[in-house]
Design a protein around this ligand. Structure first.
Ligand code: SF4
Length: 443
């Protein structure tokens, strides 16, 4: 009976993959692997508003890595192992009806292996006799299509806004949480805005630029009003491969460790990465003369996204206590003399630029998160550290490798070593400014 049910509604593409059909849209739950906790909550809510049943996976237990190791070759990218491990672990949790389940995964379409995670996932499903579960590719390149999952312009615009709101909430909560007097108050503000903005999704005001500006200024004001105890803390930037940099599962709850170590964390926003992918299309045309039409469209999209990002920067600047991010063009200009903008596999030159941007804004302590199996980001991350340190004497950067074989204790020891240097630098800076004030008074 079960087999009959399955074959009755299943449809297949010409290349033999199972399609996510319009009928499935109403009944199937789409599982979303976690990457950015705040952003992805919005994105899940957007999918729900568009009529999908969706669930965001919040799991982080060790069984996920075991599932990944059993089903993905261990020399592939560590993010693939974790994403696939998390999805398989959820399917096997018996929480869901596996005959009414679909999975979603991104396909970037670039030269990196991220475009191929979907094939590794299907292979893993087949190995577990779960190949009847459809996998949806989330891509903007027309790669894989499904009749039941359309990326309509309204959905895309809402995702752009979700990225903006996610970025500002992540940016400001990281700057306030370490100093809050009432524990949990920052996270309550984040939750309040996620609910408020998700409720606005269906209304016309969600698309109004005036409304976005007002919302973002109000968000900044809300965080500025949280009572804080302003003490000097070490500031630490986190950069790296996109999944490692953002996913708590990927980086072994690094932010929790840094909070215990009394540090303030800075993580660059997702919007920079999205603009970077548009910029890469333009670079392709400049360097190789290819994709002229795609480059023209990418330039239009890039300008639109930069205008949106400027709204975020202006909103943060309305509260002088916060550190506002720099514009994309400024970040890009920083890599001149370090790395060419034709280096665009993985995070490419953006990873170098993010380290330089942190240093320029006074955050000299940096953790560069590197997944096992990731050659491109080892070149533009770890590979650039020496050059950056040569030109920035106070840069205190540590590259941490993440993979299933790396012990957490080793990672933490290396991070703590970097933090002890950061603390010494902080004390030295305090002594220097005290000596400067003494000198000024005696003159
Ligand atoms: S950026 Fe690195 S980890 Fe990510 S897909 Fe590419 S090679 Fe793999």
């Amino acid at each position: 009976m079960k087999i009959f049910k399955r074959t009755k509604i299943k449809k297949y593409s010409k290349d033999g993959r199972i399609l996510f059909t319009k009928e499935m849209k109403k009944e199937y739950t789409i599982l979303i692997p976690m990457m950015l906790p705040i952003h992805f909550k919005f994105m899940k809510n957007i999918l729900v508003k568009h009529g999908y049943k969706a669930e965001l996976l919040n799991t982080s237990h060790s069984r996920i890595i075991e599932e990944g190791l059993q089903n993905v070759h261990n020399d592939t990218c560590y993010p693939a192992l974790l994403v696939i491990g998390q999805l398989l672990d959820a399917i096997k949790s018996r929480k869901y009806d596996e005959d009414k389940l679909a999975l979603i995964i991104t396909q970037t379409g670039g030269g990196c292996r991220a475009s191929n995670y979907i094939y590794l996932l299907r292979k893993a499903l087949k190995k577990n006799k779960l190949e009847h579960i459809p996998v949806i590719s989330f891509n903007l390149n027309g790669m894989e299509k499904n009749p039941g999952f359309m990326i309509r312009p309204s959905l895309l615009v809402q995702f752009v806004y979700a990225t903006l709101y996610g970025d500002i909430l992540m940016l400001l909560s990281n700057q306030v949480r370490p100093y809050e007097i009432n524990p949990g108050e920052t996270d309550r503000i984040v939750d309040k805005w996620v609910i408020k903005l998700s409720n606005e999704l269906n209304g016309k005001s969600f698309f109004s630029k005036r409304n976005i500006k007002r919302n973002m200024e109000q968000i900044a004001a809300d965080f500025a009003h949280i009572p804080v105890k302003k003490v000097d803390k070490i500031q630490v930037g986190i950069v790296g491969e996109i999944y490692m940099k953002y996913s708590p599962l990927g980086k072994n709850s690094l932010e929790e460790l840094l909070a215990q170590e009394d540090a303030e964390v800075h993580i660059p926003g997702l919007m920079d990465f999205i603009i970077y992918t548009c910029d890469n299309r333009i670079t392709d045309t400049k360097l190789y003369g290819i994709n002229i039409i795609a480059s023209f469209l990418a330039a239009l999209l890039k300008n639109y996204l930069i205008r949106m990002q400027n709204m975020l920067i202006d909103a943060v600047k309305t509260q002088y206590i916060f550190k506002a991010p720099s514009s994309f063009d400024h970040i890009k200009s920083l890599v001149k003399g370090y790395i060419g903008t034709g280096v665009k596999m993985g995070e490419g030159w953006l990873l170098t630029a993010e380290m330089l941007e942190l240093i320029n804004s006074g955050i000299e302590n940096i953790i560069c998160t590197q997944p096992f199996g990731c050659l491109p980001n080892h070149i533009s991350g770890k590979g650039m550290i020496r050059k950056i340190k040569e030109r920035h004497q106070n840069a205190n950067i540590v590259a941490i490798d993440y993979d299933s074989g790396a012990t957490k204790i080793n990672q933490e020891n290396r991070i703590k070593l970097m933090l002890s240097t950061a603390r010494l630098n902080l004390l030295k800076a305090a002594d220097d400014s005290e000596a400067f004030l003494d000198n000024a008074q005696t003159r």
